[in-house]
Design a protein around this ligand. Structure first.
Ligand code: GUN
Length: 299
């Protein structure tokens, strides 16, 4: 049955949010502290505005405090650094997220590295990146974390399995590679300068597509029974209507894959759920408490 092959990210994300809410209530009753997440948006990028709106809505729904900073596109870099500094010092703020991309006149690396590593719920600070690659406890970027939770529900250990990631971004491709390595997979990253991408993909037991090219990965690139995780969210025009598609040609891939994430309703909803999870974990660590277990969510 084709339906049984589809990994329901919407449902899993709702389970994570419900677990976060329960664990946050337990934390609040023990400490009298409400986790707080600050989101900073510079400019009017339409996609960023939608993401930020959803992040704020879901932050409030799980009972966290939400702090919003919406800044004009011409905001000087130093003003943004000053805001990050004040959020670093604010005890009510446990997590800080600066929405990317930032305008061209702002150095993103400088801003991201200004965020205190323990409040860096995006996992983009060099300290968290280094810890992740060293196999140490770190705050992990939300989208690859969501993908790894989906994969862990299928296989806890990927010994002997070949994982191929299409795309080498700092937000998804590279951290995804570190997470798959941690699960013992043999990992290959392919990118725009790779030769024979199709042949490398054909060898994958697990294929993660994160390139931002609509329906680039074809059914013929996918090995029978491969697990396909599609991170792409691309808007295309079909018969004068806008349609959301992934980086994988879903209908073609569905015939070959053993399991596949749809777009929408696959990886997308997992990203914000994992942001809330990271904020909850950061709040625990900042108060000297052990991070709560996800328990049955990973069974
Ligand atoms: N822009 C696209 N994805 C992300 C993300 O995961 N975090 C931030 N901060 N910006 C993004």
């Amino acid at each position: 049955m084709k339906n049984e092959k589809i990994i329901d990210g919407k449902k899993l994300a709702a389970e994570i949010r419900s677990k976060v809410r329960t664990l946050s209530d337990v934390f609040k009753s023990k400490t009298n502290i409400t986790p707080g997440l600050a989101v900073v948006l510079v400019g009017e990028n339409p996609a960023s505005k939608v993401y930020v709106k959803n992040k704020i809505k879901q932050t409030e729904e799980v009972g966290f405090n939400s702090f919003e900073h919406k800044l004009p596109i011409e905001t000087p870099e130093q003003d943004l650094l000053n805001i990050v500094d004040s959020l670093n010092k604010n005890k009510d703020v446990n997590g800080i997220l600066v929405q990317l991309p930032l305008p061209d006149h702002i150095n993103s690396d400088k801003v991201l590295d200004k965020i205190l590593p323990e409040k860096d719920v995006d996992g983009f600070h060099a300290m968290n990146v280094g810890k992740l690659w060293s196999g140490l406890d770190a705050l992990v970027p939300c989208t690859p974390l969501g993908c790894s939770i989906m994969i862990k529900k299928i296989f806890d250990d990927l010994s002997g399995k070949k994982a191929v990631i299409v795309g080498r971004s700092n937000i998804v491709g590279k951290p995804m590679a570190a997470l798959l390595l941690k699960m013992n997979a043999t990992v290959t990253i392919v990118h725009s300068r790779t030769k024979n991408i199709e042949d490398i993909c054909k060898d994958a037991d697990i294929l993660v597509a994160a390139v931002g090219v609509p329906e680039m990965v074809k059914g013929s690139w996918i090995k029978e029974d491969c697990i396909v995780i599609d991170v792409g969210i691309n808007r295309i025009e079909v018969n004068n209507k806008t349609k959301l598609v992934g980086d994988v040609d879903f209908n073609q891939a569905l015939d070959k894959a053993s399991l596949i994430t749809p777009v929408p309703g696959g990886v997308g909803p997992m990203t914000i759920a994992c942001l809330l999870l990271n904020t909850l974990n950061a709040t625990h660590s900042q108060n000297g408490m052990k991070q709560p277990e996800l328990g049955s969510l990973l069974e």
